[in-house]
Ligand binder design. Structure first.
Ligand SMILES: [Cu+2]
Length: 597
């Protein structure tokens, strides 16, 4: 007994002499300033302490993953907290770049020293095939919303999800423009899911068919038919790449996370003359992140506590607790393509049309190809651009799309990886960053006959003439206080389904200003019409913003003016942030289109 006691101080002294520990501080303003220091060194038996003095929760997450795709370390440090962990125990000596999952512009490197064997980073092995969701071409499809176990991770159990039609993503609905399409959604989700509401993002249709957050729900056990004429101003609408997903008030983030998402393609048969790649060479990709428990089930997003009212008359939302705004960020560890982790696709050495959709709740990506081949962007999701734009990387926030051509000519035998890389369009302190991930692999095979072309000029849809005067400004910011509860607001108010925030007349054209006064980047979506971007920060919109759009990136302080004519339909429609936690926590407003009195 006495021998054992005597030996303890000796051992402690010996190990503390050898161990190198380190501390990383996140100062106030960390979302912009990053980790301090950005580079630190520790030994395998040392301690890492993370002190978070910022108003935001942060993580220290390794870029390197294990064979199952899990980060080698992933430490959550809430606002005001200090965490000390033996993070390097079990890691091989080496350099480990890390980032914050909520604010990936925050990056650093941890150097681990020591002689013990340990876990080495595993490059993704890309060993499951990419799944192309089943395509439905019927005019009146019936899609059953149902719980189903689906294959997401390559090994282990399937993942129970809430799906459209039994898969995630749900079936891709593909229709010729101008041909009326009536989609019946049957709600056979578990009863606790409650009512659902389906929004066809980007499309132009009646208010009652818009997937209203509170009205026209599809109740448990019931069905509802959504009517999509696929027309604009009574003419066929532009060829499009849309996103259908749940839009129920308060639960949009949760319902999308669980899998209620699918793609919708509108074809314009007259574009056949363009000879863009078709058939198996036209690949829609829904990219989204999720986190998994060890049984491969989804980690449940954590909701903040809702404070019912400020007593202002309107039912002003506010939230408290560790996940209250601005710490409401539903972010996953694994980045998935069409619902699979690290899939591969066998391609021929020819041109492909790739339709990229960011289906994530919160995370944005800056897409790039591993061999430096650029993307040639031909469309936005709402029709084609006037001219193709050659881009090395493409930043897409939640619900944004890009229609691109990738040319695999000359790459026979190579593996080209679709990655997300840090965004380079702004400095890390000027906007929320993008994830670093290897998403999927294209295995380039033999050359094949390729009758596709890359047109120099594209038939881009007509854009409205923008009025000189801005008739509405929507200001996006964090509101409330830590004591009384915080919220995401538009013009200082949270969403209230009983309130109309702006009225417009059918047939009028209006210009609206979108302005971000908060410290995080937002991606703002406007329903009902197809909008043109008039200006960005007072200047000309970026080359890929010169078609029609429905979601805009707004970095802190940015100001975008958009314009549209209100056509065909009256009633309420939404404007909201498409970071779904922000939407659920207040950042949504209503505009109502009415006929001239
Ligand atoms: Cu937002």
């Amino acid at each position: 007994m006495s021998t054992a006691l005597a030996s303890i101080p000796e051992q402690t002294a010996a190990s503390s002499a050898a161990a190198t520990s380190t501390t990383i501080v996140i100062n106030k303003g960390g979302t912009r300033q990053g980790f301090s220091p950005a580079a630190s060194t520790m030994s395998q038996d040392g301690w890492l302490t993370i002190v978070n003095l910022d108003d935001f929760n942060h993580t220290v997450t390794s870029v390197a993953v294990d064979a199952a795709g899990r980060p080698l370390f992933d430490v959550l440090v809430r606002t005001g907290a200090t965490v000390t962990v033996k993070i390097a125990a079990g890691l091989a000596a080496g350099q480990y770049p890390f980032f914050c999952r909520f604010h990936p512009n925050m990056r650093g490197t941890l150097t681990v020293t020591g002689a013990e064997p340990g876990e080495e980073p595993a490059a993704p092995s890309f060993d499951q095939p990419l799944v192309i969701p089943k395509v439905i071409t019927a005019a009146n499809p019936r899609v059953i919303a149902q719980k189903r176990a689906v294959r997401v991770l390559p090994t282990g159990r399937q993942t129970p999800m809430w799906t459209y039609g039994g898969s995630w993503p749900g079936p891709t609905i593909r229709r010729p423009t101008g041909e009326r399409t009536r989609v019946t959604i049957v709600n056979r989700l578990p009863r606790r899911a409650g009512p659902t509401s389906v929004h066809l993002h980007g499309d132009h249709h009646a208010s009652k068919d818009d997937g209203q957050p509170t009205k026209f729900p599809v109740r448990p056990g019931q069905a509802r038919t959504y009517d999509f004429p696929l027309r604009y101003d009574s003419k066929p609408e532009p060829s499009s790449f849309f996103f259908y997903h749940d839009h129920r008030m308060d639960r949009t983030s949760l319902n999308n996370w669980r899998g209620l998402q699918g793609m919708f393609i509108v074809d314009d048969p007259s574009e056949g003359d363009l000879r863009l790649p078709t058939g198996r060479r036209d690949v829609p990709l829904l990219i989204a992140d999720r986190s998994f428990r060890y049984d491969n089930s989804l980690v449940e997003p954590q909701e903040p506590t809702r404070v019912q009212s400020h007593g202002t008359g309107h039912e002003q939302m506010a939230f408290t607790g560790p996940n209250a705004p601005p710490n409401d960020a539903t972010v996953g560890t694994h980045v998935l393509a069409n619902g699979r982790y690290a899939p591969y696709l066998n391609v021929k050495a020819v041109r492909y049309r790739i339709r990229l959709l960011n289906g994530s709740n919160f995370t944005s990506y800056n897409f790039a190809l591993s061999n430096g081949r650029p993307f040639v962007q031909i469309g936005t999701g709402n029709g084609l651009l006037r001219q193709p734009v050659v881009r090395q990387d493409i930043l897409l926030g939640p619900s944004q799309r890009a229609d691109v051509i990738v040319d695999f000519h000359g790459l026979t035998g190579q593996d080209v990886i679709l990655k997300s890389v840090p965004r380079t369009d702004v400095a890390p302190d000027e906007g929320t960053g993008t994830r670093v991930a290897s998403i999927m692999q294209f295995r380039v095979g033999e050359k094949a006959k390729d009758s596709s072309r890359l047109p120099q000029v594209l038939p881009s849809p007509k854009r409205v003439k923008a009025p000189k005067v801005v008739s509405k400004t929507w200001r996006f910011d964090l509101g409330g206080s830590v004591e009384e509860g915080t919220f995401w607001g538009i013009n200082d108010q949270t969403f209230d389904p009983a309130r109309v925030d702006h009225e417009v007349q059918l047939g009028d054209t209006e210009a609206w200003r979108l302005r971000n006064d908060s410290d995080l980047t937002h991606y703002v979506h406007i329903h009902a019409e197809q909008w043109r971007t008039v200006s960005r920060n007072g200047g000309r919109p970026l080359p890929w913003e010169r078609g029609l759009e429905d979601v805009w990136k707004l970095d802190p302080g940015e100001d975008v003016v958009v314009a549209a004519r209100f056509e065909d339909y009256t009633g309420p429609f939404m404007v909201h942030c498409h970071m779904l936690d922000h939407e659920d926590h207040g950042m949504m407003a209503t505009f109502e289109v009415s006929t001239r009195r």
